[in-house]
Design a protein around this ligand. Sequence first.
Ligand code: MG
Length: 273
Amino acid sequence: MTNGGTRQSPKRETASNSASPYKGGITIKSEKEMEAMRHAGAIVAAAHAALRQAIRPGMKTQELDAVANREIRRHGAVPTFKGYRGFPGCVCTSVNEEIVHGIPGNRVIQDGDLVKMDVGATIDGFIGDAAITVGAGKITPEAEDLIEVTRLSLEEGIKAARDGARVGDIGAAIQTFVESRGYGIVREYVGHGVGRFLHEDPQIPNYGTPGKGVLLRKGMCIAIEPMVNVGDWRTKVLDDDWTVVTADGKLSAHFEHTIAIRDGEAEVLTRPR
Ligand code: MG
């Protein structure tokens, strides 16, 4: 599986806009670094607010890319995804059965489309990463339910992300919630640590066993990002080598926040304020 992020693999990821390569390991942020993470997160939230306002049937996904680029740069940040491992956009735009990593381009958004917008912003060397799913025009009640269950599953994951808990507690909380609603939780792409690099350790699967996995500690920053399918959890990658789609062609939704492990409840760095 891969971080939603990245394909889950032992391969090391490197951020294109970072001076030194990621050498692996979990990073604990100082309070000063946490301030930069907060700043990056707030810019991602602002970009999402602009995207929510802009999206409408009839527009091309590349127009969403322009909106994200403008909003991120207006705040003095850099779009983290642009050029990351060769990704051509500032935002991943994934429509309907596309789960993640869709490339913004000439595709025209139709009334009733489910559009996932995943945004990263880098400022003062630190990164925020978050994703939302938005319905364009009038969407079906089934699509509304998928969006709501996915959004709520992220909140379940965030509630489980506490100092002293384990990564498996997050995955189990998300998986239990999603499967109780009859949906499939994607396994091949996962959340991740985030900081100076887009994809740091540990990986944060959206499924798991309570009490298992890496220990969560105060000062860790992680991106939790459930990808939820109406049908089966299996995925495939299109010929563009980026776009991940559901293997069965059914709808998928994706929400993501970058959060910080604190005393008590996690702090959601990319929450709109
Ligand atoms: Mg991510």
